[in-house]
Design a protein around this ligand. Structure first.
Ligand SMILES: [Zn+2]
Length: 293
């Protein structure tokens, strides 16, 4: 059987999963709680979310470890438990995956700003933190790494290099906003620059997640494809732009709304599809029906 990396490289259409954070909130995670702690305090909830995505048609489900690097865990006084929380997160998703399907380790930003971007963090320090996190995710059985919701190419490159050093395929996705000069990350990188820098760092796929809804991300896909014709593209949109209704953040695109736009994303060159904030197993099931049909 082909490996996940072989399937990505030969252009298979693969279904990833939907949101983790908003699903945990729907299951009772409170503001100010550490989501990754739920890997040990509420393992049945975390495993249940992974199972629901696999049942909806996901080929690859990501771990509940987006904020699992020691620098983010420090905000909760949990930096000493990075290995435990990440390994537990990978094991829960692996349990749900069984032998046939895959688990991608979710790796997010550290929240630190690098010296070259006006902050005081060094590349070596961030690399070391990502090496620690990814080693624990690999120990728990992760098949690949998704470096996601990234804002800085310099920081993302440290995470990509750490994933490759662990011997895993690495996919890197960024959050873009539409501005006067086109789509840019918060740090000012265009999709073309992201593709170039991530390819240099060793990423096996690039793309976009979070930020806007599926319509915005279609334009981002076109920019990526024009700049990097051969790099596999992973696209995980939110269920539309968040709206604040009565003090509660809501995402308004329905599964059918998102599924209707999937043919355009595939035609533009995306082969790896999933969802971000506000998407549920119902959204993934609707998208998967189009992807696999
Ligand atoms: Zn999101």
């Amino acid at each position: 059987m082909a490996t996940l990396l072989e399937r990505v490289q030969r252009g298979d259409l693969l279904m990833f999963d939907g949101a983790m954070g908003t699903m945990l909130q729907a299951n009772g995670l409170q503001a100010g709680e550490c989501p990754e702690l739920w890997n040990v305090t509420h393992p049945e909830v975390v495993r249940g979310i992974a199972e629901a995505y696999f049942a909806a048609g996901s080929d690859v489900v990501s771990t509940n470890t987006f904020g699992g690097n020691a620098l983010k865990l420090r905000e909760f006084g949990l930096e000493g438990r990075a290995r435990e929380l990440n390994a537990a997160g990978a094991r829960l998703a692996k349990d749900a995956a069984g032998p046939e399907r895959c688990v991608a380790a979710s790796v997010g930003p550290t929240g630190q700003i690098l010296e070259d971007e006006g902050g005081d963090a060094t590349e070596a320090a961030l690399y070391a933190v990502y090496v620690e996190q990814i080693a624990a995710l690999a120990e728990g059985g992760a098949d690949a790494v998704i470096v996601e919701t990234m804002l800085s190419t310099l920081e993302a490159a440290q995470a990509v290099r750490a994933g490759k050093a662990a011997g895993l395929p690495v996919f890197a996705t960024f959050t873009f906003a539409r501005g006067a000069r086109g789509f840019r990350t918060v740090m000012g990188a265009s999709p073309a620059r992201v593709a170039e820098e991530m390819a240099d760092a060793g990423a096996d796929a690039v793309g976009a997640n979070c930020g806007g809804g599926i319509r915005d991300l279609l334009d981002v896909v076109r920019e990526f494809r024009a700049a990097a014709p051969d790099l596999p593209l992973l696209i995980q949109p939110n269920a539309g732009l968040p709206e604040l209704v009565g003090g509660i953040t809501r995402y308004t695109e329905t599964p059918a709304d998102m599924a209707a736009r999937v043919p355009d994303l595939l035609a533009a060159g995306a082969t790896l599809l999933g969802g971000c904030c506000g998407t549920t197993p119902a959204h993934i099931a609707a998208i998967a029906t189009v992807v696999k049909g």
